[in-house]
Design a protein around this ligand. Structure first.
Ligand code: FE2
Ligand code: FE2
Length: 269
C-alpha cells in the first residue's frame, strides 16, 4: 500500500488532466476508506517535483499575452470556463503538493483529511468544467492558459505557513469574491450546465478557504504567535501585489477570514 505522500507524488507526476483527476479521486477514496476502517494510511515521505507534470496543451502564456475575449459572447464564455478549468487543474496539484511537501512538520491527521478532501473536490471541479467545454464544442487545451499559476507554490515551497496564507487564504478566497459575477453571467446566458458546475464550485470552495484558515490559526496557536500579524507578514513577503476589493465578506467570514486579515493588505507599498 502506498503512503499518502507517495500517492500525492503519483498525482503530481501525472501529466494528462483527466488522468490526474481520476488518480486524485482514486487516492482520496483509498485514504477515506482506510480512515473509516480505523486503519489510516501512513503519511510517509516522498519527494514532490518542484513543478507538477502538465499536458502538452494548453500552451502556457504570460497572462498579458493571453487573448481577451468579450465575456458577453459565446466564445468569451468558453474562454472563461477554460481559464477556470486551468485554475482547477492547478488546484488539484496545489492540494496534493501541500500534503507531500511539508511532511517534516508533524500535523494531526485532520490536516490530511482536509487537503485530501479539497484535492478530491478540485478533481471533480476540473471534470465538470471539461464536460462543459466539450458540450460547447471545445475542450481543455484548446486555448492558451496562464503560465504562472504555479508561482505561489514555488515561492512558498519551504514555508508551510506561507503556503497556507497565500494559496487558500488569498488565492482561493479571491475565488469566492469573483465567482458570483461569473454565476450571474452564465445565468443570463441560460447556460445551465456551466451554471450548475459553477454553483457546485462556489459551494465547495468555501471549505477550502476554511481549511486554510483553520490550519493557519492552529499552527500560529501552537507557536504562540498572533495569526493576524503572521498573516500580514507572510502575504507581504510572498504575494506580489495588493488584495483587490470588493471582497465577499459573507463567504470569507464563513471560511474564518475576518476583515482585519484582508483589508490592511489592500494598500501595501
Ligand atoms: Fe475548485
Ligand atoms: Fe479550491
Amino acid at each position: 500500500m502506498l503512503s499518502l505522500a507517495e500517492m500525492a507524488v503519483a498525482v503530481l507526476t501525472t501529466a494528462d488532466g483527466r488522468a490526474k483527476a481520476a488518480l486524485s479521486h482514486q487516492h482520496a477514496a483509498s485514504w477515506r476508506a482506510a480512515r473509516a476502517a480505523g486503519a489510516p494510511l501512513a503519511i510517509g515521505q516522498a519527494a514532490p517535483p518542484l513543478r507538477p507534470a502538465r499536458p502538452d496543451k494548453p500552451d502556457l502564456l504570460d497572462p498579458r499575452e493571453v487573448p481577451r475575449r468579450r465575456p458577453g459572447s459565446a466564445q468569451g464564455r468558453v474562454a472563461l470556463l477554460h481559464a477556470v478549468a486551468h485554475i482547477e487543474l492547478n488546484a488539484v496539484d496545489l492540494h496534493w503538493d501541500i500534503i507531500a511537501r511539508f511532511t517534516d512538520t508533524p500535523m494531526p491527521l485532520g490536516f490530511y483529511d482536509d487537503w485530501v478532501q479539497a484535492a478530491d473536490d478540485e478533481s471533480k471541479h476540473f471534470n465538470l468544467l471539461c464536460d462543459c467545454l466539450e458540450a460547447m464544442g471545445s475542450h481543455y487545451g484548446a486555448l492558451p492558459a496562464h503560465a504562472f499559476m504555479w508561482q505561489a507554490a514555488e515561492d512558498t515551497a519551504a514555508d508551510l505557513l506561507g503556503r497556507l496564507a497565500v494559496v487558500p487564504m488569498v488565492l482561493e478566497a479571491r475565488g469566492l469574491d469573483v465567482t458570483p459575477g461569473m454565476i450571474a453571467l452564465f445565468q443570463q446566458a441560460k447556460e445551465t450546465q456551466a451554471l450548475a458546475a459553477l454553483n457546485t464550485i462556489y459551494a465547495e470552495e468555501v471549505a477550502h478557504v476554511a481549511y486554510g484558515s483553520k490550519w493557519f490559526n492552529w499552527l500560529c496557536g501552537r507557536a504562540g504567535d498572533d495569526p493576524k500579524e503572521v498573516f500580514h507578514h507572510l502575504v507581504r513577503k510572498y504575494f506580489h501585489g495588493n488584495l483587490k476589493p470588493p471582497f465577499n465578506a459573507e463567504k470569507r467570514a464563513e471560511a474564518g477570514l475576518p476583515p482585519d486579515f484582508y483589508w490592511p493588505l489592500v494598500e501595501q507599498a
